[in-house]
Design a protein around this ligand. Structure first.
Ligand code: M3P
Ligand code: FE
Length: 304
């Protein structure tokens, strides 16, 4: 029962060709379908039909998809989201290539969130019979194995945290608080499984994307990703560095449209008995960039 993971990020990009080059050849994702001007891509260790969709025209998010454990979850989440006062519609099989019926919810932050259980299974690149540890035919560019999380912005983090908690059963791993009494919520990092976060949000403009992240194995992979970005002139935001929040290792960069991506490694394990960690604004720079303890204001201001 419940939400399993981030399934897909559907993005707008200014130029489909240059972004296709970035997501296919620099990150190493595979194109699995192209329909109505949308390109559907999948990372090598993902099993479901796709995890990134590129659509030409503008920047930022079209929508996020999270996979739920059972079809019955959709009925329960529809009920709870309606009681919460969110706008909920049913989405139909085929609205997204490879994805079955589901729910389309407008979050209090004005982002569109799709929930689905039925999705075409393609399998990963190494199969499920005596698999190799990685594809023996090799990987392109970084060869990202899978998506990890998204970070979005909202005018009302308390309301969005309530939504993810009360409607979708997420829990906060870490909270960033400010104000004289430390009771103003600036950001929340929430999980549905055992990762430190599956979704996070910070206070900001409604409906915007701060970044979405891919998981890689370790610090060495992160450094190698940095080498590939340098070879290919990919703009770097910051990193490689350590996050205080989530304890992950990070490298932020931009796709050709200016959408921020992250490569993320490490992080601790959570679970239903995990006790929320709190960061205060006077330590926010350390929380986000533990290594350098300073933040470029553009890191907080640039969203798409
Ligand atoms: C992460 C993370 C911001 C913090 C970002 C932190 C935008 O990306 O994965 O923990 O303030
Ligand atoms: Fe992140």
């Amino acid at each position: 029962m419940g939400v399993i993971r981030l399934g897909y990020v559907h993005l707008r990009v200014t130029d489909l060709d240059s972004s296709t080059e970035h997501y296919r050849n620099t990150l190493g994702m595979d194109a699995v379908a192209e329909e109505d001007g949308r390109l559907y891509l999948k990372s090598w260790d993902e099993h479901d039909h796709h995890s990134v969709v590129l659509e030409e025209g503008g920047v930022g998010l079209v929508k996020l998809g999270y996979k739920v454990a059972t079809p019955e979850d959709l009925d329960e989440f529809e009920h709870r989201a309606t009681v919460f006062g969110a706008r909920v519609q049913r989405m139909s099989k085929g609205d997204n290539v490879g994805v079955g019926d589901g729910l389309r919810i407008t979050l209090p932050s004005e982002h569109t969130l799709e929930l689905y259980n039925d999705v075409e299974y393609l399998g990963n690149a190494t199969g499920s019979w005596n698999p190799d540890p990685w594809p023996r035919e090799g990987l392109r560019g970084i060869g990202v194995p899978r998506l990890d999380h998204t970070l979005i912005t909202t005018a009302d983090p308390i309301l969005l945290e309530r939504f993810f908690s009360e409607v979708l059963g997420f829990r906060a791993a870490e909270r960033l608080v400010g104000g004289p009494d430390n009771d103003d919520l600036v950001g929340s990092w929430m999980f549905c499984g055992e990762q430190p976060h599956d979704i996070a949000f910070v206070k900001g403009e409604q409906g915007k994307l701060h970044h979405f992240a891919y998981h890689v194995d370790d610090w060495t992979s992160l450094l190698r990703a940095g080498d590939i970005f340098s070879m290919r002139d990919v703009p770097i935001d910051f990193g490689p560095a350590r996050h205080g929040i989530t304890r992950g290792e990070t490298l932020y960069f931009f796709d050709p449209a200016g959408n921020r991506n992250e490569i993320f490694a490490g992080g601790y394990r959570t679970g239903p008995d995990f006790r929320t960690i709190t960061w205060t604004m006077d330590k926010a720079a350390q929380g986000i960039n533990y290594t350098h303890r300073e933040l470029d204001p553009d890191f907080l201001n640039v969203v798409t």
